[in-house]
Write a protein of this length. Sequence first.
Length: 477
Amino acid sequence: MLEPKVVQLTAGSAVLGLVLAAGVVTLAGPWDSGQRTAERARAAAQARTGGAHHGATGPERAAPRPPAPAPSAPGVLTALTAPRTKAAPKSGLGSLAATLDPLLADPGLGPLRSASVVDLTTGKQVYGNGAGVPMTPASTIKIATTAAALAALGPDHRIPTAAVATPDARHVTLVGGGDPTLDPVRLRALAADTARALRARRVTTVTLTYDTSRYTGPERHPIGVNDNIAPVTALMTNEGRLDGSAGGPAPRTADPAGDTARAFAALLAEHGVVTGKPPARARAPKKAVPLAKTWSEPLSALVERTLTHSDNDLAEALARQTAIASGHPASFAGAERAVRERLRDLGVPLAGARFADGSGLDRGDRISAALLTALLARAADPARPELRPVLTGLPVGGFSGTLEDRFGDGSPGAAGAGLVRAKTGTLTGVNTLAGTVVTADGRLLAFAFLAGRTPSPYTAQPALDRLATALLPQVPH
């Protein structure tokens, strides 16, 4: 049982999902293929809520502008902070076992299942079936990754990429801070700012190196070379994609940091700064002089992007940012320790949990349905507004992200269009769904359904959608 936290919705909250969906429908990306067949990629033209600050050069640019709110935050925040009542209204939640048990027994879900439903009005679990059993979560682990990052860093945190120099400005180092969203536009602006700072010092010839020491340990994900994730390094552009794509599986460079440094050298040359031989990897000098800096979007927007589009590269980056903030090495092992510590501080059930990675691609991950619903409850807690992007980033059924083509007309979960907000998870033989629904009487429920050894995503996903949609018609007695 979770500690009671009342999150009473307004009378109009039953249409909340539809209202939010209208604002995020344009963010949908193309279908993935391969191992992540049910996951959508990051949208190519996602609306910016912040980003690089290139208004000045040199050290003056060290502090970014205050971030804008996460794009879908206003509607959700309004509902979550609506006036609360002392007593929750009576509803048909007591009949959930009779409703959900037969649906959970669907053969399409395979023999391994973990299910939990929590009423966020009271904080109490209203349904559980193997709720505490740790299972492979696939991408629903991103709920844990993002909650830990927000708890460690806060929603305003931004990830920097910097250019620094020796005191004589003859040796320049491109320093990666761990921002996989760095794109060619921001890299070009960083090069322009750097060249401007060098010219102010009357320097036009430099030795260029690049520093990736922010991260430690293996760069390759344990699954090995895979189109679903680039090498995990502190310096990269466009998530190491080689085909110009903005999302989904794609051929990835084996050396994203080196490629970024070489591109930076070419951009410096366009501005009259000669770097000579190709840049080598090296640590920045201890007494480095700042030249220029670019910043990621605020963490609130990065979390929403991670969840809506199931961005694996960004999830791994957020796990490492959590490790850095927690005083652990920014490696797979260090990130696992940091995520566990931050979740422990949130008071959620961690028995049997394993965070082998931040993205869910590692089959060594273990999470229970009870842990996922506890995290969603914490994100809805009025006392924890910093966690709210975990809710606002969930895809909207039938409208956005990895749920755009689920809960549509004629589908088993059609009634959930606009009302079910959930993170999907898909690996071969693993299908999961965790999120929130607004019931007919205007109450918010958190749910998590995990299935293992599933015969096919084409039978498992509709079965999961039916489970989520079955929560909707719970009406007052």
